[in-house]
Design a binder for this molecule. Sequence first.
Ligand SMILES: *Cc1c(COP(=O)(O)O)cnc(C)c1O
Length: 390
Amino acid sequence: MVVKPQRLQNIPPYLFHEINKKKRELEEQGVHVIDLGIGCPDLPTPKHIVERLKSEMDDPNNFKYPGYSGCGEFREAVAHFYKKRFDVSLDAESEVLALIGSKEGIGHFISAVIDPGDIVLIPNPGYPVYQAATYLANGVPYSMPLLKENGFLPDFSSLPRDVVQKAKLMFLNYPGNPTAAVADGHFFREAVTFAKQNGIIIAHDAAYQMVTFDGYKAPSILQVEGAREVAVEFGSLSKTYNMTGWRLGYATGNKAALSLLSIVKSNMDTSQFLPIQKAGATALLSDQRCVEEYNLIYQERQDAMIAALRDIGIDTDAPKGSFFIWAPVPDGYTSGEFASKVLEEAGVIVTPGTAFGEYGEGYFRISLSVPTNKLLEAANRMKTKLAICR
Ligand SMILES: *Cc1c(COP(=O)(O)O)cnc(C)c1O
């Protein structure tokens, strides 16, 4: 009766769903599991943002359908934020779209801009949604390997000619999940040039644009001259302001691509609840001290964990952005074997690199969304319970 259609057959079960199952099993056996797998901030949403939501809840005018593209105040706030942060001027009407979380926008964007059979260039390892949503849109994902020797940036010159010809869309993601790598203006210029030469749309997933350390400021791809002729940038309030459950994001950049996205969206959803959008405007317009404070917390956790990992023989550089550590697995193990061993013997969840694609082999990902003492306990358990770590 109900059979899985072809489109869905390519999509693996959402990884974190599987890990959660295993976690529950161990917890039922009485193991206190430390979960370094989740990519969801543990810190609270700043008070001034919550207060704005509360006050908007008293206005019944907010309980109606919002406009399809998002409310004007939120889109203006995104434009204002881009001007202030990146010196990029956006037309709030045509170059900004509100999203119900950036995952929603990214997912819908693919079917908005490709035809069935078109190739979508996807970073590997990468956020699993790019590939799954490509299958849902009857597109053909093609992996761009992100290799350490290239700073986890794709090498456009190594892509086969016929693949590039059939490619309609390319995803980029910096600061990156899972690699925690960053891209500079030079790389974005190169990407824009490549995209223009080959008629490819760039979708830059900038979910961690504001989560950066040591004074590093991540650029916007829209700072590149002429970028908005080919690029759309996806932003999220989830990670910056600890608002994952609120579901609010935005897409900026190329007008034509955004208007295609809004055709799909207006037929699938009716934008986000107005009080949430208004609270999001407050987040973007207020001074960004809260973001700096959160980043300092991540940085402290990162420093502690990098040192603790070094102590057990796992050596990796301190990332400049995102709240992940992307570390090499000890010799003699695959990513999957290592992650299973760490879970079963130390009760610690780390994400195997291969969960993000085959080029993630040899790595595992640690999320810094748990307090320092838990990170250190996890490292300590790995040290004492696992013979593989010295
Ligand atoms: C968390 C995350 C998102 C999704 O963010 P939402 O705005 O909450 O949907 C998108 N891309 C990457 C790489 C992420 O890690």
